[in-house]
Write a protein that binds this ligand. Structure first.
Ligand code: SF4
Length: 693
């Protein structure tokens, strides 16, 4: 029997940074165990310390590393230490970060001699082929060299500086030949860890080729596990997983008909058992009847995400990103609104050909569509993606800055490793100054629209013919007039740029200079990432500010930009929306009250239902109306707030990270007394898809 260890390592100086069950190595392990049964003794590891303890106690014959953006450097450092101490151990690396191009593979293997084999694409069969060869040759003088000289399908290796590779293997079309790592008990120990979120893979493969994305360079056929297998896994997790959140690893949930059945199963599970407490899933990028049906089924747990990234036609083309027509977007947004489904989109600044001016147009255009949530990020150059390659960098003249991956440091006796994120801070189409300006737009857009704290105020201004960017410019360029927003923006830019470095060497120096501090002050380590910077500012400027300074500044800027003739009415409706924004807020620092009532002299419910198309002033109700303000799903909100309390967190991490945008605030669900409407807009268990398209 040979010993095989599979390691998808998460950095852990400050607790585990990637808080998920390592599903990728789970599939490889389950398939290997099924193929070789008693010939292999196989174990899975999530962090370095237990892995290394086991290596020292019982040195392995083969180690497979799962290599992703969050652990690429740690995997290589662990493999280096392993090879130094156990040169007879065969090392294999696979996962999303492994490039498919032989030229890139050769350079990688030359730079990392501690790695014997690269596996790309579906890893189960290629890894099993390596294991089979090892079993055949294990008693020879140099089994590793013998195996390396044999071309193995789906793998690449280096012999005498020449690449040796087998044929590329086709995607595994029948995924059900891979046993479930959950149902076979491979993950039982990890499921006891409350911090590790279970992941289910429903569908494998993405048919698109977006150049900024790792999946885009590995375009593969879309395949799925069987309904019986998936529902058995979800039920197993309901009973056994200590972490109650569930993530679907699919790149496009809703892309195939089968997903509707899975959605129904999850919804029934939620209604009956309140499991999962929170669902994390990426919607299919192209919307059709299936995705709309799923949006209705999973209304309390998901939003309908129409992921745009940009709307600039030349940029979409250069990025190889498909485009969704404005007509389709509007149709789907109307559909969602009619059915009480919350919507969202995501944008990226820095894609090939995007300028700051074109990005401003994108923001204005997307705002006019009235999504419930708009997230925006800057372009990261991800290892394994097409834009990461030297040729693409040269073509677009990308210049980068480097920062530490979130919480991504591991220290243990002879091992010191950290992950490096790379941000494209300028290109031939935008300067560093443009990028800095973008950071300020980003903060405002995230605060007002991704997290939603001033959505209604801004849509109110838009309905008077003012563009979103005009409002943002007013806030950015007049710090003394809007002091709280000014301070928050300065803090954000200062902190974000303060942790970015021009070279990896400078980042290394910074990390080394901070290690002693981080060993005793773990929050200081966490606070270097963009996400945490944002959360800290939300806690300071939104949750802890009883004066509501940020919202008041936005309210004042809204008034200052008004150029109509009905100022008094506009002032009244703007004041109403400021009060409403405060009432809609769920403050995780305070006791959670699910339902509130709100009285206004305007029908704000109808105004939102009709997607802010007319000014609020045309919805006057002089006798007043009382509305119900309620969360989209009380259970998920309560469970996230409870997790923050249990973990004694002051940064509201679980609330801000795990809840989707529709769960962060209350919504107007109807008028007091109109219980039918309230029911419709909460969580209808029945599918009533009115979709005629
Ligand atoms: S961004 Fe989404 S759609 Fe595009 S390649 Fe990546 S996973 Fe596929």
């Amino acid at each position: 029997m040979i010993k095989i260890y599979l390691a998808d390592l998460a950095n852990d100086l400050n607790g585990i940074d990637i808080q998920t069950i390592p599903i990728g190595v789970g599939y490889v392990g389950a398939f290997c165990k099924k193929t070789f049964d008693k010939e292999v003794d196989l174990q899975i590891f999530r962090t370095f310390k237990p892995f290394w303890r086991k290596v020292c106690e019982a040195p392995p014959d083969i180690v497979g590393f799962g290599c992703y953006d969050w652990n690429a450097y740690l995997s290589l450092a662990a493999a280096e230490l392993l090879k130094r101490n156990h040169p007879g151990c065969l090392t294999v690396i696979g996962g999303a970060n492994v490039d498919v191009q032989p030229k890139d593979n050769k350079r990688f293997l030359q730079e990392n001699p501690q790695i014997d084999f690269l596996v790309y694409g579906d890893g189960e069969k290629p890894f099993a082929r390596i294991v089979r060869l090892f079993l055949q040759h294990q008693n020879e003088h140099d089994p590793i060299m013998t195996i390396k000289q044999t071309p193995v399908d789906g793998t690449r290796t280096l012999v005498a500086d020449e690449i040796v590779m087998g044929s590329p293997t086709d995607s595994m079309m029948d995924l059900n030949v891979i046993p479930s790592p959950y149902l076979t008990g491979l993950f039982d120990k990890l499921l006891d860890n409350t911090k590790l979120m279970p992941i289910i893979q429903n569908v494998r493969g993405c048919p698109y080729s977006c150049r900024y994305c790792v999946s885009g360079s590995q375009t593969s056929k879309v395949r799925h596990f069987s309904y019986e297998r998936l529902t058995a896994e979800i039920d197993y997790l309901r009973i056994n997983a200590k972490n109650r959140i569930l993530r679907l690893s699919d790149d496009n949930f809703g892309i195939i008909e089968h997903d509707i059945q899975i959605a129904k199963f999850i919804r029934n599970m939620f209604d009956t058992h309140k499991y999962p407490s929170i669902l994390k899933a990426y919607s299919a990028k192209k919307l059709d009847k299936k995705t709309r049906q799923i949006a209705i089924i999973l209304k309390p747990l998901m939003i309908m995400c129409i992921s745009l990234q940009t709307t600039t036609p030349e940029v979409l083309k250069a990025t190889k990103r498909f485009s969704t027509s404005a007509r389709d977007i509007r149709f789907n947004l109307d559909f969602a609104c009619k059915n009480g489904i919350k919507t969202g989109t995501e944008l990226i600044f820095g894609l090939p050909g995007e300028t700051l001016d074109s990005m401003k147009d994108v923001i204005n255009n997307v705002m006019e569509l009235h999504f419930d949530s708009i997230g925006i990020s800057y372009l990261m150059l991800l290892k394994g993606s097409d834009l990461y390659r030297p040729k693409s960098r040269k073509e677009y003249q990308y210049r980068s800055k480097f920062l530490l991956g979130e919480n991504a440091v591991t220290i243990h006796d002879d091992l010191f490793s950290f992950e490096i994120d790379e941000v494209a801070v300028s290109s031939k189409d935008y300067s560093y100054q443009d990028w800095l300006r973008f950071l300020r737009y980003q903060f405002l857009l995230e605060l007002t629209h991704r997290y939603g704290y001033a959505r209604e105020l801004i849509y109110h201004l838009l309905s008077e013919g003012v563009k979103a960017i005009e409002l943002f410019d007013e806030l950015l360029d007049n710090k003394t007039r809007y002091p709280t927003v000014g301070r928050a923006l300065d803090d954000y830019v200062y902190k974000c740029t303060g942790y970015m470095f021009d070279s990896q060497k400078e980042l290394l120096k910074f990390v080394q200079s901070q290690i002693n501090r981080w060993l005793t002050d773990k929050e200081a380590l966490a606070s270097t990432s963009r996400g945490r910077i944002l959360f800290t500012l939300f806690v300071r400027y939104i949750f802890n500010d009883r004066r509501n300074g940020v919202l008041t500044d936005i309210h004042n800027a809204t008034l200052n930009l008004y150029n109509g003739t009905e100022y008094e009415t506009f002032r009244e409706t703007t004041g109403l929306l400021l009060d409403l924004s405060i009432a809609l807020m769920i403050n995780p620092k305070e006791e959670f009250i699910d339902r509130k009532e709100y009285t206004a002299k305007y029908n704000v419910f109808a105004w939102i239902q009709e997607r802010y198309r007319q000014p609020l002033s045309s919805y006057a109700q002089p006798e007043g109306m009382t509305f119900i303000l309620q969360s989209q799903n009380q259970h998920s909100v309560t469970s996230a707030i409870a997790s923050d309390k249990e973990q004694n967190r002051s940064d509201c991490y679980n609330f801000l990270v795990y809840l989707n945008s529709s769960l962060l605030r209350r919504h107007i669900t109807g008028q007091v007394g109109s219980e039918t409407k309230e029911t419709l807009h909460r969580a209808s268990p029945h599918i009533s898809c009115e979709d005629q398209k």
